[in-house]
Design a protein around this ligand. Sequence first.
Ligand SMILES: [Zn+2]
Length: 198
Amino acid sequence: MAHVCWQCGEELSRYHTGYLCDACQGKQLEKMITDDEDLVDAEGYAAMLGLDSAEQLKRVARKGLLAPRIPGVKKWVWRKDDIDAWFKREQQAGDVFRMAARGIASNLRTCRYDSVICSSPSDKIGNKVYGQELVLGTTDTGRVEPIDLVKVDRTTALKMLERLPKEGFPELVGITDWADMTYDRIDKDLIVRLEAYF
Ligand SMILES: [Zn+2]
């Protein structure tokens, strides 16, 4: 398949990255500068994130944790507007994940510590962790009754699980669904870390 510049149609080398040839990339950047768009380079973006260097920024970029760069331009440069929009989205995602993490943490605590539900350490917690099924336990009154769990959206909770760094959460290594957590993996320290992470 021929790989050509989207702007001028010039053939590009197969090792060329981006959609535009070098000349058109330069022109696009110049145009953005004369159009007075706020552009941010790697050093500028690193500073916005509190990183020390563009090198650190590139490491973060490799994990896919940055705003998308300007399409077709090979240079490390972003539109300020894109970065702002990305921050806003990240913040919203953070809020949603925080709620999911607190819900899961609360349900882990209830099922593991607050209510006596007969289960052995190797049992999986199951969908109780999402608070979506009726669970009987011993309540404060000492009677066996349905216990209150927090309803947590499973899809969000699974995305949140993916976000947790496994170095910081060794109990979650190999876990791809909260429901697969066995009781012996749940301890107070994990619950506290989960509540505090987002
Ligand atoms: Zn071109």
